[in-house]
Design a protein around this ligand. Structure first.
Ligand SMILES: NC(=O)C1=CN([C@@H]2O[C@H](COP(=O)(O)OP(=O)(O)OC[C@H]3O[C@@H](n4cnc5c(N)ncnc54)[C@H](O)[C@@H]3O)[C@@H](O)[C@H]2O)C=CC1
Ligand SMILES: O=C(O)[C@@H]1CCC=N1
Length: 278
């Protein structure tokens, strides 16, 4: 068995786990081909290694050097430190894939010792079950084949779509953060059901199946969401009353503002990093 790491994660948090779990479940990547490195939390590393049967990265520098892909999955504020700490082990024969919100490929390239292929990706936590919506773009040294290899990785954990880098912050606000908006909606629906007299179990079951049914309707019928919404809404009926209340509470504006605020935050994170490196 060739024990050389194919993929080395720098950062052992929720996102690294979601991606590695997806890779193991949905591709032919084997546990011995993955290594994970973090800063200090060895308990967390042992937990991931045990849970997914990974080999430990005993010599961290050598592990990074040997990996075909290095996936950067640290918090944006830790990015500069992480690249300073590990960047000297990264070389031009590798591809660096960053899932870090807001951080431009040019920033990563500028801190690496050699011109290196950098791919920026924005997945979401549904990678855990092979259902991420990921958008990707490439930096100045990455070739089409590097982008395609990254697309293959993320296609294995959901859908993967290539965009221009100037769209990545918008993507972050929409599909990177998106699962949280949906969970918030689920919480709100459930809570409303409970307050109106349903048991928690009944409210949960009805909410989840409604969410799943609506998602499948969108995918399987291919109809426009507005058209599907129209079909639920009988004139003078119950849905119309509910939708009117949502409109009165400026539902659409609230969602648009949420995406916009998340995008703005991604831009701020990017700018603060770029300023730090000057
Ligand atoms: N959570 C999400 O839904 C998504 C997160 N992202 C991005 O993924 C990145 C990671 O997010 P999470 O996994 O949620 O964060 P997290 O806080 O759960 O994990 C971050 C990990 O980085 C490690 N770390 C920090 N500094 C390090 C260093 N110098 N060397 C090695 N490891 C270091 C920490 O020990 C920790 O294990 C963030 O940049 C975020 O923007 C992207 C898409 C979705
Ligand atoms: O909240 C965050 O910053 C990360 C990026 C996209 C989703 N979660």
């Amino acid at each position: 068995m060739n024990d050389k790491p194919q993929t080395c994660f720098i950062g052992a948090g929720a996102m690294a786990e979601a991606i590695l779990c997806g890779l193991l479940e949905n591709t032919d990547t084997r546990p011995h081909q993955i290594r994970v490195i973090n800063r200090t939390n060895t308990d967390r590393l042992r937990e991931l290694e045990q849970r997914y049967q990974l080999l430990a990265a005993n010599d961290k520098e050598e592990t990074i050097r040997q990996a075909k892909q290095v996936i950067l999955a640290v918090k944006p504020k830790d990015m500069a430190d992480a690249i300073q700490q590990w960047g000297s082990c990264i070389h031009s024969g590798q591809t660096v894939i960053s899932v870090v919100a807001g951080i431009p490929t040019s920033f990563i390239e500028s801190l690496l010792p050699q011109p290196t292929a950098v791919i920026r990706a924005m997945p979401n936590t549904s990678s855990m079950i092979g259902r991420s919506a990921t958008a990707l773009c490439k930096g100045q040294y990455a070739q089409q084949k590097d982008l395609e290899a990254a697309v293959r990785i993320f296609s294995a954990i959901g859908s993967a779509i290539v965009v221009e880098e100037d769209q990545m912050d918008t993507v972050t606000g929409l599909s990177g953060s998106g699962p949280a908006y949906i969970y918030y909606l689920v919480e709100a629906l459930e809570q409303a059901g409970i307050e109106a007299g349903l048991s928690r179990t009944v409210a949960r079951e009805l909410t989840l199946q409604t969410l799943l049914g609506a998602a499948h309707m969108l995918v399987e019928t291919g109809e426009e969401p507005a058209e599907l919404r129209r079909k639920v809404t009988s004139p003078g009926g119950t849905t119309m009353a509910g939708l009117q209340t949502l409109a009165e509470h400026r539902f659409e504006e609230a969602v648009a503002e949420a995406v916009h605020s998340a995008k703005k935050r991604a831009q701020e994170l990017g700018r603060s990093m770029t300023a730090l490196s000057r």
